[in-house]
Design a protein around this ligand. Structure first.
Ligand SMILES: Nc1nc2c(c(=O)[nH]1)N[C@H]1C(S)=C(S)[C@@H](COP(=O)(O)O)O[C@H]1N2
Ligand SMILES: [Mo]
Length: 263
């Protein structure tokens, strides 16, 4: 079958899901999705698990995202979403050049651990030039470096019952009655252990800027931009994310985006 294998878009066209994904492309067209029990939402959730299983089947677990040449980096990584978290905890840390930063790893692990930025910088790193695709319809090619997530998780010892990796961030987008809506994301252990899934501390050969998620953000190269949590505070291994925040596995997922945003 090789290259004539069904592309995602053709597959979706064939299954009649394209109309729905097109609506999803514009962020301001989201309001109807806030109704959790709406027919549209149930339809999309059905489509989500369909694309998840179909893509896992079509792509296989190890398919690599395309990597580019240095000459294809045309501009800096365009910042999107939060660009400058305002919490005093984050501000203090940023003012001190992130010396006090510690990445915590907890949840379903044998030994909860934490790492300083120096420790993370001294771990063996992977460098990759990849294309970031935002759901809003723009792309950017950039060079990212940092340790692969898999070996970092292994230092904590992932328990067999763990299924998902949750990234908890320092920034919040708006507030609800229970306080700030902190950004968070999640992926399964297949994506977490994918060779191109890295905890990036370096962007285009410089320390990751605040606008792009300093001091640490994840790259999950076969997924859309919103999966790539910036400003990571803590990583949690879980067996289920239904009791975390809105229960859909991510800040944007709680507001209607697909959890599996494979590209
Ligand atoms: N913590 C956090 N991570 C985030 C976001 C955000 O607002 N907060 N925005 C997401 C979206 S929609 C995109 S496209 C990318 C943008 O990354 P960039 O600013 O490096 O381009 O980060 C993603 N990760
Ligand atoms: Mo995005």
């Amino acid at each position: 079958m090789s290259k004539r294998l069904i592309t995602r878009r053709n597959f979706l066209r064939g299954s009649g899901i394209v109309a729905a994904s097109t609506t999803l492309a514009g962020c301001d067209q989201f309001d109807f999705l806030r109704d959790r029990d709406g027919a549209a939402r149930n339809f999309l959730e059905g489509a989500n698990s369909l694309t998840y299983h179909a893509q896992r089947l079509l792509l296989g677990r190890d398919a690599l995202a395309r990597e580019y040449a240095e000459s294809e980096i045309r501009q800096g990584q365009r910042p999107n979403g939060s660009r400058n978290p305002s919490s005093s905890e984050y501000r203090t840390m940023a003012n001190g050049n992130f010396d006090s930063y510690r990445l915590e790893i907890g949840g379903l692990v044998e030994n909860p651990v934490s790492f300083s930025l120096n420790e993370l910088r001294n771990m063996p790193a992977r460098t990759q030039i990849t294309r970031h695709d935002c759901v809003e319809g723009w792309s950017c090619i950039a060079k990212w470096s940092g340790p692969q997530l898999g070996p970092v998780l292994d230092q904590a010892g992932v328990k067999p019952e763990a299924k998902y990796v949750v990234f908890r961030c320092y920034d919040s987008l708006g507030n609800s009655l229970s306080g700030p809506n902190f950004y968070y994301e999640s992926c399964d252990l297949i994506d977490a252990r994918h060779p191109q899934t890295i905890l990036a501390h370096t962007l285009n050969d410089n320390p990751l800027p605040v606008a792009n998620g300093a001091p640490l953000r994840v790259r999950i190269e076969r997924q859309l931009g919103y999966k790539m949590a910036k400003y990571i505070r803590r990583i949690e291994l879980v067996s289920d994310f239904s009791d975390i925040e809105g229960g859909h596995g991510g800040y944007w997922e709680d507001r209607g985006y697909e959890w599996f945003a494979g590209i």
